[in-house]
Write a protein that binds this ligand. Sequence first.
Ligand SMILES: [Zn+2]
Length: 402
Amino acid sequence: MTAPLHEVHPAGPGRALPDTQQGMRRRNLGRVLHTVSAEGPLSRAAVASRIGLTRAAVSTLVDELIRFGLLEELGPERPGRVGRPGSALAVSGRGPAGVGAEVGVDHLAVCAMDLRGRVRARAVRHVANRGRSPKPVAEELAALVRQVVADAEQQELWPAGLAVAVPGLIARDGRTVVRAPNLGWHDTDLGALLPGDLPLTVDNEANFGGLAELWLGDGTPRDFLHVSAEIGIGAAVVVDGRLLRGTRGFAGELGHVPVEPDGPACACGGRGCLEQYAGEEAVLRAAGVEQGEDRVGLLAERAAEGDERVRRALRDAGRALGVALTGAVNLLDPQLVVLGGALAGVAPWLLPSLEAELARRTAGPACPVAVSRLGPKGPLLGAAHSVVRAVLDDPAAVAERA
Ligand SMILES: [Zn+2]
């Protein structure tokens, strides 16, 4: 069995820390920073009680994190309380930032996120990337990264790493695109085409979408299946708060689960894959909606107006999703299915038939289905947040580089 790698940065800064005193100190720095990030502002005493270390030990760690510029003191907390007031601590809004990037079939996007999880700079370019060779796409993406980094630097932020979401199969080296059928790429070392001055991770967009849901979603459980329905359909399987990657890192290819064994041929080499029925292009074709910039918005508009052809196309897509998801739900027994990606925008017309199929076909009680609040922004936010989390996991490593 392959040793489990860190769920976000397979080769990056999140790797397991050594079991030495120094490793222990670094882990504890991470625990303090994570706690303040998740629950802050908090006093030193509150942090100590949450992580089960002495107040003195926490004070030393906090002082170090303040020196690194990763924590800030906001001043006395809760005046009027009996005893000496503790100073409330918050994660700094300056310093290291996560840079997330997305290579879409029809766009490129980049954003910079601070340690508080706020997007502080972003850039989007609508461009048809299907069939383009990887080199010019990477060059264009690198230009957007430079633009966003310059904007972030104006705000006293510096890039701690770059994470790129790609709609394709990514090798476990975290940089090679093995196959991206909707871009027409295969065996592309994207890492070699992007600037080498930042720690880099490339991952599948559906994985980043699922992780965004886990980290930034509203009360998302620790066992769920996240479906990213775009031009391609991908899924992320999250088990006990960790992404299930599979042996080669290719788990979650829901779009290529067969719905009709003898259906239309698919770019993957199979027939009747889910993508042929519920992928964005299949739905637009069935609905008679032209390809354009805000196609899903147009679908939603027509469906809301009562356009029966559009509504039928969405019902059929929901049914196909329900059939494919039944297989996954029966196999994995998740607590929740989350529908994300662009098609989350037409959920009101997809969900009834999807849920009906799930209810009819699952062995146990039907698995509930929720719609992602993050929608199409999930993969980009998940990518940026993966870098932020790597900083929170091992703040000392980042301080060394600052
Ligand atoms: Zn396929």
